[in-house]
Design a protein around this ligand. Sequence first.
Ligand SMILES: C[S@@+](CC[C@H](N)C(=O)[O-])C[C@H]1O[C@@H](n2cnc3c(N)ncnc32)[C@H](O)[C@@H]1O
Length: 270
Amino acid sequence: MYETLYADKDVAKAYHTFRPTYPESLAKEILQFIDEKLEKPFSRKLAIDVGCGSGQSTKLMANHFDRIIGLDISEAQIFEAKRNNEHDNVEFTVGSFEKLPAEDNSVSLIFAGTAFHFFEPFENFYKEVKRVLVPGGCLAVFSYALPFVAEFDDHVNSKLNDFRLTFFNELDDFKTPATHHVANHYKDFELPFNNFTRINSMKTNKSMNLDDYAGYLGSWSFYRNYVANRKTDPLKLFRSRFEETLQEENIPTNVTFTVEWPVFLLCGRN
Ligand SMILES: C[S@@+](CC[C@H](N)C(=O)[O-])C[C@H]1O[C@@H](n2cnc3c(N)ncnc32)[C@H](O)[C@@H]1O
């Protein structure tokens, strides 16, 4: 259902440029969860990042495992991931969540950053996860949610964030179940393990100017589908309202500001 969303080369580039990175606190939570049942160094031999995109999520765990395989259905994303790879222990390969590139009982951690919501039917993913995980091995799925400007006083932030909300709402007809899962912080999901936990208290941020922020919003797949079908661009209105507000508040329109994303994590143990 979602296989072609990230096939475009420009999307993969925009993705690499504008998307936020994940906070170290996220890696810490995942490693702590693994350590409750598995011993090092056994627990740090092999991890797979499913739906790795251009490698943002893979990077987060790169220093913690002997070997990590980043897997993605999109050739364009894997091309971008390989081009930017700085880690000898990380390899990237094209493939689907329905066939994980590992032997039975061989992987300590399967993780997915801002990708799990695409893995329908979810039962097929869980089946593969259970096949390759070692006993006590972990599945960690996480994502960032919708962003907020967190830079100016409350009055300005709230105006700028309302424009983002209006933009998001305008795209309603092109949203998918995946969009709703992310906006809803994965609250509808329970991982199919007896030992299962949910952590909602983390966040990440990135310093951006308006071009960057619009570039980020423009990397949403449902936005691109809106533009392709409606032949009109709602980002233009977002940008002009954003700029007008900055001008009204005597803030230079090329200002750099902090954008913040809530980050949520679900972990299950085999
Ligand atoms: C929003 S991106 C997330 C990329 C990266 N993990 C990150 O944290 O930024 C979602 C990724 O899931 C991938 N994806 C979608 N369907 C997939 C499937 N069937 N198997 C593997 N990857 C898939 C897409 O190609 C895309 O690169």
